[in-house]
Each structure stands twice: as structure tokens, then as C-alpha cells.
Design a protein around this ligand. Structure first.
Ligand SMILES: Cc1cc2nc3c(=O)[nH]c(=O)nc-3n(C[C@H](O)[C@H](O)[C@H](O)COP(=O)(O)OP(=O)(O)OC[C@H]3O[C@@H](n4cnc5c(N)ncnc54)[C@H](O)[C@@H]3O)c2cc1C
Length: 385
């Protein structure tokens, strides 16, 4: 469906084709099993790393491939097109969300210690920002890191941690205020890399509506001792880092959602061309044709908006508003497309194992996670009005 684009070099286009083949050979045949087993085998991470897919945009000195950002754009869309929110969630959180903080503010030693093994698929990363009482409002984070000697003692709970059960370390947002006067607000947040197996860490899996092959955990910290060399960036300066990282997170979320919208449309086109009703294929009924045409045009519009945000990001530009617009449009579209395409399958779309049913379940999260639609509207309004 996609037309030639000003954004993709011939190398990026060839990379997309190669990556699509790789994912279809090594991932797609196993997705149903992983969904049922509620897990992604550890070996898969090494397989992806072998293709360089866990570090496309990271520097070669840390094992990455140092490729232009539009290679990542192609990869993220292809991940979305697999039609498994769980798989794309696990992998994209690792490569484009959790490890982003190491790349942005980690020192060279921290990058060698944590980023390199993540790119190599030897260690799985998770990002622990959300808490039971603080989600959209990052400034409400309460997880406390007291100064103890050269390091910290961490107490608190993190919610909805993707890869929470399998991760080797968690990039964790904490409050580093030692006095009660500083216990709230955005000026006392810091980022720590915490070992998932450290004494005092308890991880509990949570069941979800969708994203079944991705493990999600509630993580409890009780007097967890963290050495001072695991502080990422400056103490009390994490709020701005988190806001900066959100730009990439939102562009990535939009690209993944576009891939999912493509997948929903692909499934619906295939089904409606062979399913017959009232003497002709469903796709020959004008109302069905128009519905698909409408969804395709919305997808293409959201895609161009998202490519523009990705292009700004690739140029190192601040694009808070554009990335929020892209995230808003693309994720609302993906959820809508999955619902409308399910309708075209009739009862067959409602069966638990139907690929379009999985898309319907999984895309429901797109407008919530990584900044809900309401928050995207706030960001746009704050920037533009
Ligand atoms: C499967 C899954 C995986 C996740 N993975 C991660 C992860 O890896 N790491 C991580 O840190 N988090 C993760 N999250 C958390 C996710 O990012 C949050 O759920 C999301 O940011 C929303 O926060 P909340 O759930 O606390 O909702 P709340 O912030 O409590 O919001 C509830 C509702 O109120 C709305 N709302 C909030 N503020 C306003 C406002 N000012 N105006 C209007 N409406 C408002 C919200 O949009 C939402 O609709 C995950 C969540 C899920 C379900």
C-alpha cells in the first residue's frame, strides 16, 4: 500500500524488505505459541540481536549498527505489522524506551556495562516509571531513594512494567529527596539502573486483556541497595530527561500503531475479497469498499504526520507537539481500524484465536500506554495554544 517516500533511502527500503522476511521466517510462525504460553523465549532476543535489530540506532562502539533513524522507522512499522502487541511491546520497550536513557544520559562506563549487553541480547531491559498512584502525572512519582553512603536505598512500587518478569535490569525513576519538603514535584526525580535480582526486589506478574506474550509485572522495592555508579545522569535532573525520551517513545508508539493499522487492513482486504454474501464477495459491496478506502486514507494521513515527526526527531529537533500529534492520530486510528476490520469479519472476527481479534485486544492499549490520548491533547495544547 505504501508509495515511494521521500524519507527512505534505497538502503533503508532494502533493509525493510530484508527485515520483513526475517521476521516472517523467525517470529511469525511462533507467535500463536508464545501468546498461549504467555512468554517470549529468551533465545529470541539473541536471534534479533544477531540481525542487529536490538541496536539499529545505537553507536557501533556499544555494539549498535549506527544506522540512520529511518531504518528504525521501517523496523518499528514492520514490528507493528506482525499483529502482536505483546511481541512488539516487549522488543520496542527494550530498544526504544528503556535503553534510551542509557544512550541519552549514561556515561561511557554505564553504556559499556548496560547498553552493550542489551544490544547484544544478553540482558533484557525494562523501564519502570509508572506507579500505582502516579501514571500520566510523572511529577507524582513517590518511589523513594534515600542517600546511603555513596549510593541509595530504594523503597516503593512500580506498576505495569513491561518485561518486568524477564528483565535483567530496570531503568527506574525514583525520588531522591531526603527531606520531606522536597518530597513532591519534578525537581527531585532521578534515574537508577536496578538489578532485577537485587535483594529486596519482588516481581509479581499481572494478567492483561491483551499483549499476552509480553510479560508485565508489578515490581516492589524494599530497602534495595543501589550503588552510586548506577545513577543515570545528574541527581534530581531526571524529569527533563524523561520528557526528552518521551519524544522518541511517542514516535515509536505511532510507528508501531501504523504497522498494526496496516495489518488490520491487510487481514480485512484478504477476508472480504473471498467471503461472499448476497451473491458477491463482501469487498464488492460499496459500503465495504468505502469503509476500507476510508481507513486506508486515514492510515496514509497518519503515516505522513508520523514520518514528519520522525524526520524532526532524526534531525535532533525538539518535536514534542509533532510527536504527540503523531502518537494521538496513529494510535486512535489503529484501535479504530482494528475494531472496524473485526466488524467486517462478522462472527469469525470474534473468535479468540482470530488474528483480527488479537489486534482488537492489543491495539486497545495503544491509546493508553506511553502517554494516553488525553495527555497527548494536553501536550499539543500546551505547546500550540
Ligand atoms: C500492558 C501495559 C504495559 C505498560 N508498560 C509500561 C512500562 O514498561 N513502563 C512504565 O513505566 N509504564 C508502563 N505502562 C503504564 C502506562 O504508560 C500508563 O498506564 C499510562 O501512562 C497511563 O497511566 P495510568 O494507567 O496511571 O492512568 P492515569 O494517569 O491514572 O489516567 C487515567 C485516565 O485519566 C486520564 N487523565 C489523566 N490525567 C488527565 C488530565 N490531566 N486530563 C484529562 N484526562 C486525564 C488518562 O488519560 C486516563 O484516561 C504500561 C501499561 C500497560 C497497561
Amino acid at each position: 500500500m505504501s508509495v515511494d517516500s521521500i524519507y527512505f533511502s534505497p538502503e533503508a527500503a532494502a533493509f525493510r524488505a530484508r527485515t520483513r522476511r526475517f521476521l516472517h521466517e523467525h517470529v511469525v510462525p511462533h507467535l500463536d505459541t508464545w501468546e498461549t504460553e504467555r512468554r517470549i523465549p529468551r533465545a529470541v532476543w539473541k536471534l534479533l540481536a544477531g540481525e542487529g535489530l536490538l541496536g539499529l540506532h545505537y553507536p557501533e562502539e556499544y555494539g549498535g549498527r549506527g544506522l540512520p533513524f529511518f531504518h528504525s522507522v521501517a523496523y518499528l512499522e514492520e514490528l507493528g505489522r506482525l499483529g502482536s502487541g505483546g511481541f512488539r511491546g516487549a522488543v520496542s520497550v527494550h530498544s526504544y524506551m528503556a535503553t534510551t536513557y542509557l544512550h541519552l544520559v549514561g556515561d561511557p562506563a554505564q553504556k559499556q556495562r548496560f547498553l552493550r549487553p542489551a544490544v547484544a541480547g544478553d540482558r533484557i531491559a525494562a523501564l519502570a516509571i509508572t506507579e500505582p498512584e502516579a501514571g500520566s502525572d510523572v511529577s507524582g512519582i513517590g518511589c523513594a531513594a534515600r542517600t546511603v553512603g555513596d549510593g541509595f536505598a530504594v523503597d516503593g512500587t512500580k506498576a505495569f512494567v513491561t518485561n518486568g518478569m524477564t528483565a535483567d535490569y530496570l531503568v527506574t525513576a525514583v525520588r531522591t529527596a531526603d527531606g520531606p519538603a522536597q518530597a513532591t514535584g519534578s525537581g527531585t526525580l532521578s534515574l537508577l539502573v536496578i538489578d532485577a535480582e537485587a535483594p529486596g526486589v519482588t516481581r509479581t506478574p499481572v494478567e492483561k486483556l491483551g499483549w499476552h506474550c509480553s510479560d508485565t509485572a508489578t515490581v516492589r522495592f524494599e530497602d534495595v541497595r543501589v550503588a552510586g555508579d548506577r545513577l543515570l545522569g545528574r541527581k534530581n535532573a531526571a524529569f527533563m530527561t524523561i520528557m526528552k525520551a518521551f519524544q522518541l517513545e511517542r514516535v515509536a508508539a505511532a510507528l508501531l500503531a501504523l504497522g498494526e493499522a496496516d495489518r488490520a487492513l491487510e487481514l480485512a482486504r484478504r477476508y472480504t475479497s473471498r467471503r461472499r454474501a448476497f451473491g458477491k464477495p463482501l469487498a464488492a459491496h460499496q459500503v465495504v469498499r468505502h469503509r476500507l478506502a476510508e481507513l486506508m486514507s486515514h492510515t496514509e494521513a497518519a503515516r505522513q504526520l508520523t514520518y514528519h515527526a520522525a524526520w524532526l526527531h532524526s534531525r535532533g529537533r525538539t518535536a514534542m507537539s509533532e510527536s504527540a500529534m503523531a502518537k494521538l492520530r496513529a494510535t486512535e486510528l489503529a484501535a479504530d481500524a482494528a475494531g472496524q476490520c473485526l466488524q467486517l469479519f462478522g462472527g469469525h472476527g470474534y473468535l479468540a484465536e482470530a488474528p483480527v481479534a488479537r489486534l482488537f485486544r492489543d491495539t486497545r492499549l495503544d491509546t493508553i500506554a506511553g502517554g494516553a490520548s488525553e495527555i497527548m491533547r494536553e501536550v499539543i495544547a500546551d505547546t500550540e495554544l
